[in-house]
Design a protein around this ligand. Structure first.
Ligand SMILES: Cc1cc2nc3c(=O)[nH]c(=O)nc-3n(C[C@H](O)[C@H](O)[C@H](O)COP(=O)(O)OP(=O)(O)OC[C@H]3O[C@@H](n4cnc5c(N)ncnc54)[C@H](O)[C@@H]3O)c2cc1C
Length: 480
């Protein structure tokens, strides 16, 4: 089939009937449930873009079908850049507010399949499995999410990163048909709206035999028997697009995933019991670099979205000439340009890796991901500081339709905008900087790629500081 339409995605979700729980009830159909349906439609609209703009959003396969461009295994730097353009088009649809658009994991699967020898070195069939899975995912244009982190009953680290190893997902049996796994994984964003769940190595496992049952990499259909998705509260409260412009469209839902004796067929197992390879998987296959590429694009778009919002707020409130407003806008411009520059540097320095695929340069992407999780809270804070009480002096769409309209028109207008336009703007700002949806976005940016402290540690580890240390030594030894 190849690149799919939105309708195709929605019908597939309808047929899937994964076990999704929300508010104490089993969700019968995620494509009609009020808390989930509008985000499902937003994801569907991304798939429709593939049909509307095939040249930019897809590429031609050898058999003549077209596939989504995020599945590309780039053979030259231009294909890396074109993938960035495709990522951007999807991110612009939501202003970067949808984190788990399918391109994120498509590009990761593509990298792993290009690095099939990495898996084959563990067991030859695993190399075939990852290649076949990539081809199937690309052919069906599946929507996938992933879940990596174990439950945290205690921070004292055990084999699986925590003491109670009965909680963490692990293999409990090897059978002829596959492996049987039980336990839980914390958080799968988009879980109820995904067809496939990638269960990949969690945070670093101890290099000891007792860690082997936790060392797993596999993919599973979201409707597999024994797999349960437990949703948090929904932040789509059924409000109109005017009242809740972001949460009424992009509530991508996060879930805890429980595995109750789930059978994973062998053809979907990519690693099993190989602790060293599990720990090395993301870096050695360059899957993490492709994921960072998508994230850098998405977050550049998000920085642009918040900058545009702050600029419009300054415009409608006649604040553009105020020194403190200009200083804060300058801060946002700098953040946005830093993101754009890192992205551009990474794409410009794309190179072929040892598996034969072109990848963006990692250091600028690492800088971008570590930078954005620190700067995003500040961007949100600037929206709050520059908006103040206007964020909550926001009558609803129903108020505009009520007898109070003349008063609302009078008291809520500003010199730069009529009341309805001004209120719509601040309602958008509230969804970014004040609502539950906005709070979850903040948490997402801080944590979704991992614990910021450990990410910073990994950045230090991956950066060769010796040449710079030597330069200091040389300087100290200078006698002229
Ligand atoms: C909105 C959202 C969506 C997410 N979506 C996904 C997803 O789709 N898939 C997925 O796999 N994951 C997802 N995650 C999870 C994400 O990967 C984790 O949040 C991240 O890896 C950090 O792990 P943790 O939450 O378990 O935090 P922890 O590791 O428990 O860390 C919490 C805090 O405690 C600190 N800390 C850690 N260890 C110690 C210690 N020993 N002593 C003292 N302090 C310590 C950390 O520095 C941090 O500040 C999501 C997270 C969020 C917030």
């Amino acid at each position: 089939m190849g690149a799919r339409s939105g309708n195709n995605y929605l019908s597939a979700l309808r047929r899937l009937k994964a076990e999704v729980w929300l508010g104490g009830q089993r969700v019968e159909d995620v494509t009609t449930h009020p808390a989930l349906v509008r985000c499902a439609r937003s994801i569907a609209s991304l798939y429709d873009m593939q049909i509307e703009h095939p040249e930019a959003m897809t590429f031609r396969l050898e058999d003549g079908d077209r596939a989504g461009f995020s599945f590309i295994q780039p053979r030259n730097p231009d294909e890396v850049r074109k993938r960035g353009v495709m990522f951007r088009r999807w991110a612009e649809r939501s202003g970067g507010m949808l984190g788990r658009t399918p391109d994120y994991l498509n590009s990761s699967i593509a990298a792993m399949a290009a690095a099939w020898q990495f898996f084959a070195a563990s067991e030859p069939r695993f190399g075939d499995n990852i290649q076949n899975y990539y081809r199937e995912a690309r052919k069906h244009d599946w929507c996938a999410t992933h879940t990596l982190v174990n439950p945290k009953a205690s921070r004292a680290a055990g084999w699986a990163g925590q003491t109670d190893t009965d909680l963490a997902l692990k293999m409990i049996e090897r059978t002829n048909d596959g492996i049987i796994v039980s336990g839980a994984r914390m958080l799968a964003t988009l879980g109820p709206l995904a067809e496939e769940l990638l269960v990949f190595p969690s945070t670093v496992l101890k290099a000891e035999p007792a860690a082997a049952p936790f060392a797993l990499a596999f993919a599973i259909n979201c409707n597999a028997r024994g797999l349960k998705f437990l949703c948090r509260d929904s932040f789509d409260l059924g409000r109109s697009h005017f009242d809740a412009p972001l949460s009424s469209r992009f509530e991508e839902m996060d879930c805890v995933v429980v595995f109750d004796q789930v059978l994973v067929p062998w053809e979907r197992v990519f690693l099993c019991g190989d602790v060293a390879r599990c720990n090395a998987l993301y870096a050695d296959t360059n899957a993490v670099v492709n994921m960072m590429h998508q994230v850098a694009v998405k977050n550049t778009v998000k920085a642009e979205f918040l900058l545009g919002l702050a600029a419009k707020i300054a415009q409608v409130s006649d604040g553009l000439s105020l020194p403190h407003v200009r200083e804060r806008l300058a801060e946002m411009i700098i953040a946005t340009e830093m993101m754009r520059s890192s992205l551009r540097a990474a794409e410009a320095d794309a190179h072929v890796d040892r598996w034969g695929q072109f990848v963006p340069s990692r250091p600028p992407l690492d800088a971008a991901r570590n930078f954005f999780l620190r700067v995003y809270p500040r961007l949100v804070e600037i929206i709050q500081l520059n908006s103040s009480s206007s964020l909550i002096a926001t009558p609803s769409e129903a108020d505009f339709a009520s007898p109070l309209r003349p008063e609302i028109e009078r008291y809520f207008a500003s010199s730069g905008a009529r009341a309805q336009e001004r209120v719509a703007l601040y309602r958008l700002a509230w969804d970014v900087a004040g609502s539950a949806f906005g709070g979850r976005q903040l948490l997402y940016e801080r944590f979704f790629f991992g614990d910021p402290v450990r990410m910073a540690g990994a950045l230090v580890e991956n950066t060769d500081l010796q040449p710079l240390i030597k330069r200091i030594d040389d300087f100290l030894n200078r006698r002229d």
